[in-house]
Design a protein around this ligand. Structure first.
Ligand code: V07
Length: 256
């Protein structure tokens, strides 16, 4: 379902239009929300929802790769998630390992490159070891970049960038006049990745929750009520079709 507040004025229904393979968003970011509510609805513990959510990732990666998407960024763990009960945090931080134990061989086979965006320093050593192995084992691949936001917060990322820029000014290696948008972008966690073209958030929440605030300046936003464990390849295609129906202007005026 297309987000309630974001239907196009002419009300064109994306399910009726064909997919345009020449206009695929090159970077899709997803806030994978609703795992806990999915589990609660079934009388299961929240962790059962998180586990189910990892299976969906594999399907969506495969479909994104088929569509020709270049970068898929997934919000896996936020800097705010530390506030959850300890048992749930412990479980969440084991998911990178269990996901990679199950799927890394297939990701390698599919030519995927694994990346991480976030603060590694206070993650458990076992988590860091698992992701470092995956990054290393996929570093020579040149297909889809699968970028996991792990211990990520956008305000934290911007604070770190500002600290570094201020320090460069202080030491004299940078002058204040050289601070511009490109320089700020270059100091974020993953400067090599272009900004997302399309953001998807599942589970009915219509907000950004401290996710990629700088990078989402011109991104098309797409919201669905579907809980992440129920998200499907078909719904990904629907989001891409909706993206294709929108005229992106980057602040300019529409041509033609
Ligand atoms: C997590 C499962 C998906 C739904 C959203 C929250 C729970 C995959 C990873 C992961 C992270 C890094 C990596 C490989 C896999 C993951 C966390 C939570 C913390 F290199 N899913 N998933 N990490 N969830």
């Amino acid at each position: 379902m297309l987000g309630r507040f974001f239907r196009r004025k002419d009300n064109q229904d994306s399910t009726e239009v064909p997919l345009d393979l020449t206009n695929i968003p090159s970077h899709i970011a997803i806030i994978m929300d609703g795992n806990g509510r999915w589990a609660k609805k079934r009388g299961l513990p929240r962790i059962a929802g998180h586990r189910e959510g990892t299976k969906v990732i594999k399907k969506i990666v495969k479909k994104a790769n088929e569509l020709g998407v270049s970068i898929l960024t997934l919000y896996a763990f936020s800097t705010e998630n530390w506030k959850r009960p300890k048992d749930e945090v412990d479980f969440l931080l084991k998911l990178p390992e269990s996901f990679l134990n199950t799927y890394l061989p297939e990701l390698i086979e599919e030519n995927v490159q694994v990346r991480i965006m976030g603060e590694k320093s206070n993650l458990p050593a076992h988590t860091v070891r698992a992701v470092d192995t995956a990054i290393e084992q996929t570093q020579h691949n040149d297909g889809l970049i699968l970028n996991f936001a792990l211990n990520y917060g956008s305000r934290y990322e911007l604070s770190k960038a500002i600290q570094q820029i201020a320090s460069d000014v202080k030491t004299g290696s940078l002058s204040i006049e050289d601070i511009n948008e490109d320089l700020v972008s270059a100091h974020l966690f993953r400067p090599e990745l272009k900004d997302p073209d399309l953001l998807i958030r599942t589970s009915g929440e219509i907000r950004l929750s401290n996710f990629m605030l700088w990078q989402l300046a011109y991104t098309e936003l797409w919201f669905t009520d579907t809980f992440w464990p129920d998200f499907s390849e078909d719904e990904l295609v629907q989001a891409v079709k909706d993206y294709q129906l929108r005229g992106r202007r980057f602040g300019g005026v529409q041509s033609g």
